[in-house]
Design a protein around this ligand. Structure first.
Ligand SMILES: [Ca+2]
Length: 470
């Protein structure tokens, strides 16, 4: 063998060893299963709601840390998702509506999946992660996948006909004795299972995002899930009224649901309809829970469960009749509080954190858990200290905004302002709730002199936050 040939062979061997080491190192890095569920408020058995049949969400809570007080940063789909995925807060001009494009509102900073892709991960997205299917396309190693647009939404022909006759958005709910397999969320789960089977064999770690459509309206789920919640088991909230003493600037007309067939254009829904809507929401939650169960089973079957981080998030809360409201789009507790479950290698399961956390904290947390550097632009704070010690210090307040409203939520209070110019203009009204005495936010105490000191402190936190918009 010539010297040159021997040198080449040596280099090749060294290169092969380096690749091998790199692959072993890459493979040792944890995978990520990133599960988003549209419009999912923490309506689970493990969040203390005993009527809920949510064994898979509860299984995640047993395997990981349940965040009891997690909040979205804006209670509307597209904007909340863009904020979470970019790790940036919404402002009056950035991440403002359900039509938000993350790549247009924050073009200069990498998204969460982009950072994983840049660090050697295979990244993939199935179902609803961003509002727009083509948003942030460069972040994915394979094209983002969605069910066929003609895929079934309502199963019953008469309900599909109502939609095709252009009566608004179609029926608001459907209880049909049909198999899970025909619905888009089951298909999203199937595609994710197929990806898991391929990706588990690869040398690279994966970041696999799976976004489910339900329990977003319309509340369409197979009958067997409706049967879990008989009509006589459902109770209406006891605060189906606008909070006492709160300025009318905070009123909300939930136009999203009124655009569905069967919902009045003005005024409240009947109690009978309210019960059916709540049953439908619960049925959708249990339907999605069943899909999440299939994902967890597959991770175990493939032998990758112990090396896979799992994050389960909604994108905001939902008003199920509280305050006389339906849908999201407000800054009340029910619209901004969200589920957040985190499972990760080395993190002891079955624990609960009561610390206030925000969805912008998810991005830096995943960077930490995977050992990736946090990009400089991030505005959230990693939850890694809380995953080690659920009582660790985190943050004094979380901030949620929507439209003209901004709200700060501390351990014991929620302070809200409503302003003109999408929150940047003149003050239209102030709300303050004492959450120890009034956890359902039924009595505004902003004008009560007893609370003057609290109100001024929270007003200051919000003013300082507003300064960051400039
Ligand atoms: Ca949503």
């Amino acid at each position: 063998m010539t010297l040159q040939r021997r040198f080449s062979v040596t280099c090749l061997t060294l290169f092969s060893m380096l690749v091998l080491v790199a692959n072993v190192h890459a493979k040792e890095r944890p995978n990520v299963l990133f599960v988003g569920v549209d419009d999912l408020r923490p309506e689970f058995f493990c969040y203390g709601l005993e009527k809920m049949v949510t064994p898979s969400f509860d299984r995640l809570a047993q395997r990981g840390v349940k965040f009891d007080r997690a909040y979205c940063n804006i209670a509307v789909c597209g904007a909340s998702r863009a904020s979470l995925m970019k790790g940036l807060r919404p402002t009056p001009t950035r991440f403002t509506s359900y039509l938000t494009w993350a790549e247009k509102d924050a073009p200069d900073v990498p998204s969460l999946p982009m950072v994983f892709r840049q660090n050697g991960y295979h990244t993939a997205s199935n179902g609803k992660i961003y509002h727009h299917s083509k948003d942030d396309a460069a972040a994915w190693s394979q094209p983002a996948w969605h069910p066929n647009p003609s895929s079934i939404w309502w199963a019953l022909p008469e309900n599909r006909a109502l939609k095709s006759e252009s009566r608004g958005r179609g029926p608001v709910y459907e209880e049909a004795d049909q198999p899970d397999e025909i619905y888009p969320d089951h298909k999203i789960c199937d595609k994710t299972l197929a990806d898991l089977q391929l990706l588990a064999k690869q040398d690279k770690p994966f970041f696999l995002a799976c976004g489910f459509y339900r329990p977003h309206l319309p509340f369409v789920a197979p009958k067997k899930y409706w049967d879990l919640y008989p009509t006589d088991s459902v109770t209406l909230p006891d605060n189906m009224f606008f909070p006492h003493g709160l300025p009318s600037a905070f009123n909300y007309t939930w136009g999203e649901m009124r655009s569905y067939y069967g919902i009045p254009k003005k005024g409240p829904v009947s109690d009978e309809t309210a019960v059916q809507l709540i049953r439908g929401y619960y049925a959708c939650v249990s339907f999605i829970d069943a899909q999440v169960g299939r994902l967890l089973d597959e991770l175990e079957k493939l032998g990758v469960a112990d090396n896979t981080i799992i994050v389960l998030w909604g994108d905001h809360g939902w008003q199920l009749g509280e305050h006389g409201f339906w849908c999201k789009h407000t800054n009340f507790e029910v619209a901004s509080r969200t589920p957040l479950l985190v499972v990760a290698p080395g993190v002891e399961g079955g624990r609960v954190s009561r610390r206030l956390v925000e969805y912008i904290d998810i991005y830096p947390t995943l960077c930490d858990l995977a050992g990736l550097p946090q990009p400089a632009h991030l505005q959230g704070k990693s939850l890694s200290a809380l995953l080690a010690d659920v009582d660790a210090e985190h943050k004094e307040a979380v901030i949620t905004r929507h439209g003209g409203g901004d709200a700060v939520r501390t351990d014991g209070y929620r302070y809200m302002e409503m302003r003109t110019k999408k929150g940047a203009g003149q003050l239209r009204g102030v709300g303050l709730f004492d959450l120890d005495k009034d956890p359902d936010e039924n009595q505004n105490v902003a004008e009560d002199p007893t609370y003057e000191e609290v109100r001024e402190k929270l007003k200051g936190i919000l003013a300082a936050h507003r300064d960051t918009w400039r």
